[in-house]
Design a binder for this molecule. Structure first.
Ligand SMILES: Cc1cc2nc3c(=O)[nH]c(=O)nc-3n(C[C@H](O)[C@H](O)[C@H](O)COP(=O)(O)OP(=O)(O)OC[C@H]3O[C@@H](n4cnc5c(N)ncnc54)[C@H](O)[C@@H]3O)c2cc1C
Length: 430
């Protein structure tokens, strides 16, 4: 007889959500987290999108440590001299709140506390070294040579899943499947934030930027999110292009973003409170591993669920929803007293009909288009020079839009055929 029904490795949003779901249905659950406190090793931008928590924490919008709801969303190209942005604010964001800024140490601690309240045993500061195996099935986990047994193990290790990798359940991270995220949190004070970002009450600002001003051909995106009295700001760097530009360091890119005049003015006077770096999972549908096997399931980033289409970076919501679905599958498997691969394949079936998998499937290949010279160099250059010619009075005779576009296109180094082709690819994938 095993010591636990299920052991969950990792108390990020995926692991804690699975633990809450299972423990609240009476399963004997152990949630093991290497960080102490929970969340201290975790990084997100971070906007928590969607309401996936509602099914396990019905009053989550009141009880969870949410900072501000997203009222204003800015998507922007940053060149050396200009910012070309879509600044989207709608009453719909106020009426139906779909995104909230969060700070991970607070959010993750809250979720782990909820798991403990539901009846899970939560152990922090303990790193699982490997899976315990017997006769081709997982029978528990190993920590410092000691085996703890369970009928099922849920691996929720995040984007660098050493335990799952060592057991051959997922591939090694590579330049295509992971990027690097670097993040700063600055304390600015509530009033300064409200004034600077034109906000009221608990309304918040979420800015996402294509960093077209970077030298060489390193591609990176930036983000800036308002919390109650702090601002989270960071970059997500494409690993393949970073590696090609060997002399560029991820921290330099963060500095360049922070020092861009249109960004530095937003955080001016802020006190640096937190500094972190983390892998960002960027693999596509084709990189997703099988999410179950004899005595185990994979959830969250470990199962390849982070998603980015260039406008949004989401992972926490999919982590939560995959954790809940794995929890459901474990509850059903417990009833059948069967944690074999066949029984746990019900988890994959649930996933296959969920946004977590469907979004991955429907946006296959998006990263090839997003991390491209078209998006990071040509398009911003074209927009910048066209807008400059159209919107400024030079004192010379005015030109038609088509003439301006053709001249700008020429100076951006793209042919009109390239532009149409790449634009078409982008629209198809978005
Ligand atoms: C810079 C950056 C910005 C991001 N911005 C956003 C955003 O704005 N919105 C969004 O939705 N997503 C965002 N993401 C993605 C999001 O953070 C992830 O998708 C999400 O955290 C995945 O959750 P998870 O529970 O699968 O893994 P994680 O959050 O990584 O949690 C894994 C947990 O497992 C623990 N662990 C790992 N190995 C072991 C072990 N062997 N033993 C014990 N414990 C272990 C870790 O300490 C950690 O607590 C961002 C990511 C980065 C890096």
């Amino acid at each position: 007889m095993s010591e636990f029904d299920v052991i969950v490795v990792g108390a990020g949003p995926a692991g804690s959500s699975a633990a809450i779901k299972m423990a609240s249905q009476g399963l004997k659950v152990l949630l093991v987290e290497r960080g102490d406190p929970v969340g201290s090793k975790n990084v997100s931008g971070g906007i928590l999108w969607g309401n996936d928590l509602a099914s396990i924490i019905p009053d989550w919008e009141k009880s969870a440590p949410l900072e501000r709801y997203v009222e204003r969303k800015v998507t922007s190209f940053l060149t050396t001299d200009s910012e070309i942005a879509i600044d989207f604010k709608t009453k719909k964001f106020q009426e139906k709140k779909t995104g909230y800024s969060v700070l991970r140490t607070r959010l993750d601690s809250f979720l782990a506390r909820k798991a403990a309240q539901a009846g899970a045993m939560v152990v922090t500061g303990v790193t699982v070294d490997s899976l315990a195996m017997k006769d081709g099935r997982v029978i528990g986990v190993v920590n410092e040579g000691e085996t703890i047994t369970a009928d099922c193990v849920i691996l929720a290790e995040g984007p660098n899943p050493r335990v799952a990798m060592a057991a051959g359940l997922v591939g090694k991270p590579n330049d295509r499947t992971v990027g690097i995220g670097v993040k700063h949190v600055y304390k600015l004070g509530e009033n300064v934030i409200n004034e600077r970002f034109n906000l009221r009450g608990n309304a918040g600002f979420a800015g996402e930027y294509v960093l077209s001003f970077l030298e060489g051909d390193v591609y990176a995106g930036g983000f800036l999110y308002t919390n109650k009295d702090t601002v989270s700001m960071g970059v997500v760097i494409n690993m393949a292009t970073l590696r090609k530009n060997g002399n560029t360091h991820s921290f330099d890119i963060m500095e360049k973003f922070a020092q861009h005049p249109f960004i530095s003015s937003l955080v001016e006077g802020g006190q640096l409170q937190e500094y972190s770096a983390h892998f960002v999972y960027e693999g596509g549908y084709e990189d997703m591993p099988r999410a179950y096997g004899n005595g185990y399931m994979l959830v969250g980033d470990t199962a390849g669920f982070s998603f980015s289409n260039g406008m949004i970076l989401q992972g926490m919501n999919y982590a939560i929803s995959s954790g809940i679905l794995a929890g459901e599958a474990a509850i059903e498997a417990r009833k059948d007293n069967d944690f074999s691969a066949e029984s746990l394949s019900r988890y994959q079936k649930k996933l296959d009909n969920s946004p977590a998998v469907l979004d991955k499937k429907n946006f296959q290949g998006i990263s090839n288009v997003v991390w491209s010279p078209m998006v990071h160099r040509a398009m911003p250059a074209l927009l910048e020079s066209s807008l400059y010619s159209m919107l400024y009075e030079s004192g010379n005779p005015k030109k038609h839009l088509s003439q301006i576009m053709m001249k700008s296109l020429k100076s951006s180094g793209m042919s009109s055929k390239d532009l149409m082709l790449q634009g078409y690819r982008l629209m198809r994938r978005m």
